[in-house]
Ligand binder design. Structure first.
Ligand code: DAH
Length: 358
C-alpha cells in the first residue's frame, strides 16, 4: 500500500510539473496508458489471493481516479493558459485603417455576381431580390410544381419547423421564386436579374448546402425564344470574354417553363486546360425556357397577352469555369491562402468598358 501512495505522489508531481499540454499527455500515457505504471499494477491484481485483491483493488482504483482527476485539473489550467496566451498575442486592432491596399480581396463569388450584374445591367435588366426563407407558394406552387409532385423532392429541400397554421417554410431551393415576387409586384414589361443564395440538403465534391444562382426573367407582349437565345449568347460572350462562342439548346424539363432547355457552350481541352470557345466538346452552363402559362396565371397575368423567358445560372459553376477553380467546396472554406490566390482587388470594380475579370 505504501508503494501505491508513493506512486500517487510521484505521478501527481509529474502532472503538476508538465509545462504544456503535450508534456501532460506524455505523463498521462506513462501513467494510465496501455503500458502505463497504473495499468501495470492493475494487471498484477490477477496474481493475488481474493482478500488481498479486494483491498488492493479498491486502493488502486482510488489512486487511479485521483491521478486522472489531477490530470484533468492540470489540463484545464494549461488550456486556459494557452487560450490566454493566444488572446494576448493574436490581438487585432479593428480600428486600424484598411491600408495598405491589397491585403484584403474580393471573393470570386462576389466578383462573378458583380460581373453578371454588369453584363445584364447593360442590357437593361434591373436587379431584383427575394428572401432566403420562402413559403411553399413562391418556391414551388406558383412555379407550377404540382402538390406532392416528386419534383419538390428533387430539390432536397431544407424545411423549417411547422408553423401554427400547419404551413412549412423552406430555405429557397432556387432563385426562381423571385420571378413570382416580381410578377406579383410589377407590371410588364419586366426585365429583372435576381442573384442570390440558394440552399439544398446536399454535400459532396460538386454540391454544397448553400450555393448561389442568378435568375433572369423577361416578360412582355411579344417576347420569344429568339430573344432568349440572343440574350444568352450576348451574356456568354461578354462573361467569358470570347467572341463567337458556339451554343446549343438541349430540350429539358422544368415545371415553370415550356418549352425548357439546357444550354451548352462550346469548349476544348488541351493538357487538362479548359478553353471556352469553338472546340470539339460541350459544357452545360444553365437552364432556361419560356415561362409556363400556369406561372403567368398564378401571377395574375393573361398568357394570351403576355409571355416571356426565364433562365437560371449557377454562380459557382461559371466562376469555376472562368477562373479555373477546381473544387467547389473551397469557395466556402475561408482559407486565406485560397482567398489571396483567387480573390480580386477591391478597387477593380467589374464594368463592361473597364474590363470584367483578370
Ligand atoms: N430553378 C432551376 C434550378 O434551380 C434553374 C432554372 C432553370 C431557372 C430554368 C430558370 C429556368 O429560370 O428557366 O434547377
Amino acid at each position: 500500500m505504501d508503494d501505491l501512495e508513493t506512486l500517487r505522489a510521484e505521478l501527481t508531481e509529474a502532472v503538476e510539473a508538465a509545462p504544456d499540454l503535450a508534456a501532460l499527455d506524455e505523463v498521462r500515457v506513462a501513467a494510465l496508458g496501455k503500458k502505463g505504471r497504473v495499468t501495470a499494477l492493475m494487471k498484477s491484481l490477477g496474481g493475488m489471493d481474493p482478500e488481498q485483491r479486494k483491498a488492493f483493488g479498491q486502493e488502486m482504483n482510488r489512486v487511479k481516479d485521483a491521478v486522472a482527476r489531477t490530470i484533468e485539473q492540470r489540463r484545464a489550467t494549461l488550456e486556459a493558459a494557452a487560450l490566454e496566451d493566444r488572446l494576448q498575442h493574436e490581438r487585432i486592432d479593428v480600428t486600424l485603417s484598411a491600408r495598405p491596399e491589397g491585403t484584403g480581396s474580393i471573393h470570386p463569388i462576389s466578383q462573378t455576381w458583380d460581373e453578371v450584374v454588369a453584363i445584364f445591367g447593360q442590357m437593361g435588366f434591373a436587379v431584383a431580390e427575394g428572401p432566403d426563407i420562402e413559403d411553399d407558394f413562391h418556391n414551388f406552387t406558383a412555379l407550377n410544381f404540382p402538390p406532392d409532385h416528386p419534383a419538390r423532392e428533387m430539390h432536397d429541400t431544407f424545411f423549417l419547423p411547422e408553423r401554427p397554421d400547419g404551413s412549412r417554410h423552406v430555405l429557397r431551393t432556387h432563385t426562381s421564386p423571385v420571378q413570382i415576387r416580381t410578377m406579383l409586384s410589377q407590371k410588364p414589361p419586366i426585365r429583372v436579374l435576381a442573384p442570390g443564395r440558394t440552399y439544398r440538403s446536399d454535400s459532396d465534391m460538386t454540391h454544397t448546402p448553400m450555393f448561389h444562382q442568378v435568375e433572369g426573367l423577361v416578360i412582355d407582349q411579344a417576347t420569344h425564344m429568339g430573344h432568349l437565345k440572343g440574350c444568352l449568347q450576348e451574356f456568354v460572350e461578354a462573361y467569358f470574354e470570347v467572341d463567337d462562342v458556339p451554343m446549343r439548346f438541349r430540350p429539358s424539363f422544368f415545371p415553370f417553363t415550356e418549352p425548357s432547355a439546357e444550354v451548352d457552350i462550346g469548349c476544348s481541352r488541351k493538357d487538362g486546360d479548359l478553353r471556352i470557345g469553338a472546340g470539339d466538346d460541350w459544357l452545360e452552363i444553365l437552364g432556361c425556357g419560356m415561362v409556363h402559362p400556369n406561372v403567368l396565371r398564378a401571377c395574375g397575368l393573361d398568357p394570351a397577352e403576355y409571355q416571356g423567358f426565364a433562365f437560371g445560372v449557377g454562380l459557382e459553376r461559371i466562376a469555376m469555369l472562368k477562373y479555373g477553380i477546381p473544387d467547389l467546396r473551397t469557395f466556402f472554406e475561408s482559407d486565406l491562402r485560397w482567398l489571396r490566390h483567387y480573390g480580386f482587388g477591391a478597387l477593380d470594380v467589374p464594368t463592361l468598358h473597364g474590363g470584367l475579370g483578370r
